[in-house]
Ligand binder design. Sequence first.
Ligand code: HEC
Ligand code: HEC
Ligand code: HEC
Ligand code: HEC
Ligand code: HEC
Ligand code: HEC
Ligand code: HEC
Length: 308
Amino acid sequence: MVLIGGGSAAAQTATKVEPAEIERIRRANAQCLDCHSEAGLNAITRPDVNKADLAGRLVDPEAFLKSNHANVECVACHVTGFKEFPHAEAAKQQINNCDECHTRQFLRIEDQFLKSVHAKKAEEQPGSFTCITCHDPHVFLKASHFSTTRQAVRQDNAMCLQCHASDERFAQLSKAPLPDLQKIHAWLPNTPLHWAAVRCVECHTPVPQSILSHEILPAERAEKNCVACHSVNSTLRVRLYRHLVEEERETVGFINSVILNEAYVIGATRNRYLDMAFGLVAAVVVGGIALHGLARFVAGLKRRRRDG
Ligand code: HEC
Ligand code: HEC
Ligand code: HEC
Ligand code: HEC
Ligand code: HEC
Ligand code: HEC
Ligand code: HEC
């Protein structure tokens, strides 16, 4: 299926795009990218193009070609007024929204988004918080399309961190000071590792029946239970590792190996050696605590003797 011009067809019914059609789309898009890319901008000699204006409106062609929309024409979303230059003044705001092509699936997502903690912001300041706030249509790639979970984690967490790690961006939406992420999550050991290995949404959305929910819950309902992930029934199986798990079922019918391949979550697998290793770590931790307690006890005794 191909989307031309208005692109009102439902994208979820999309199947394979013919190679010749892809070729045509690439050529059409290249005409836009002749101006709207870093390389294009540097090569422009036309005097009627305001380069300073253009510089703030560039698309990364490489990222675009890797994105879910690689085979969508620029003008399928930027519907009218862009084929000519200068672009038609009146038509500039006419952009196809996500739901114009993804109707069915996105209704469910929108419902969830409207229940999320951010929806109030969207209501207070219309346009301030929409699908595009998190999903750059020129870049976004669905988690299941990445070759490693780490890459998916990086992309998806960057969506949240554009606000939750930026005083400036956060202040555009909230009068309250930006909460310090390190402090809030101080209960979580090795937060940098966790943030490279799991997504914010893993803990901040309800466990879904099938796929990831867009309902960001209030902080007090966030997941704090280590066992939710560090257990054989890890919720990561229906979240971050879902597509890996599905692939595995289709091919081998056995889940553990795929999780073991790249992201071993302590406790989530039944590998004898790793279990033993984890057992050892646990023993060392428990032993350490016991030793610490003993040392304090002895120190206390000494102190009491000295004082008394
Ligand atoms: C000759 C260079 C050139 C070509 C070719 C070109 N553009 Fe542009 N485009 C610009 C410049 C310069 C601006 C900023 C000034 C303006 O808005 O007109 C711009 C602005 C835009 C904007 C932002 C409008 C806004 O309201 O901020 C979009 C979207 C856009 N172009 C899409 C396209 C698409 C899609 C194509 C291909 C069909 C395309 N452009 C082809 C030079 C070009
Ligand atoms: C799936 C839909 C979609 C496709 C395909 C798409 N765009 Fe966009 N584009 C958007 C949306 C939505 C926005 C508005 C983003 C925003 O408001 O932050 C946008 C914004 C822009 C802007 C303005 C950026 C700015 O910072 O003001 C330019 C320029 C642009 N697109 C060019 C392109 C070019 C060139 C292509 C093809 C290579 C393309 N777009 C393909 C949806 C799309
Ligand atoms: C002009 C129509 C159009 C618009 C508007 C549009 N998309 Fe798409 N989208 C497509 C097409 C076509 C595909 C490719 C489907 C395929 O490859 O099977 C796609 C694929 C996707 C996929 C991958 C689907 C999958 O299951 O692999 C996601 C996610 C996605 N789009 C998100 C968005 C978001 C978010 C927006 C709004 C910012 C948006 N789209 C706007 C046409 C559109
Ligand atoms: C607060 C940030 C945020 C907002 C706002 C947001 N999303 Fe998402 N979205 C995500 C994250 C994170 C993922 C998980 C990444 C994945 O599964 O690839 C995701 C995944 C998706 C996916 C692919 C997974 C799936 O369920 O099929 C689609 C499609 C999607 N979003 C559409 C939308 C639409 C439509 C809107 C607006 C109603 C929206 N998103 C608003 C963050 C956001
Ligand atoms: C392992 C689970 C987990 C992960 C991963 C996680 N969080 Fe949290 N987060 C929580 C829990 C639990 C709380 C509530 C803390 C409390 O009440 O002590 C919280 C609180 C918050 C708050 C509320 C701050 C306030 O106002 O008190 C924000 C904002 C937040 N997290 C953002 C994020 C972002 C952004 C990421 C990704 C970089 C992330 N979280 C990753 C579990 C997690
Ligand atoms: C466009 C900016 C922006 C993005 C993107 C964003 N947030 Fe937020 N978030 C906010 C603001 C602003 C608040 C504070 C809302 C308020 O003042 O009530 C907030 C509040 C929160 C809270 C606290 C809710 C409570 O109970 O107080 C959590 C948890 C949270 N966000 C998680 C996330 C996660 C997870 C993501 C990514 C999927 C994300 N946010 C993306 C701006 C953002
Ligand atoms: C949302 C799922 C999730 C939750 C909740 C969670 N973890 Fe993790 N944890 C992971 C993942 C994924 C890794 C990284 C595995 C890897 O790739 O190395 C990890 C790694 C670790 C590590 C290894 C750190 C290192 O330095 O090697 C420890 C220890 C750990 N978690 C303890 C905890 C504790 C304690 C809690 C509860 C307070 C907790 N985790 C909650 C998913 C989670």
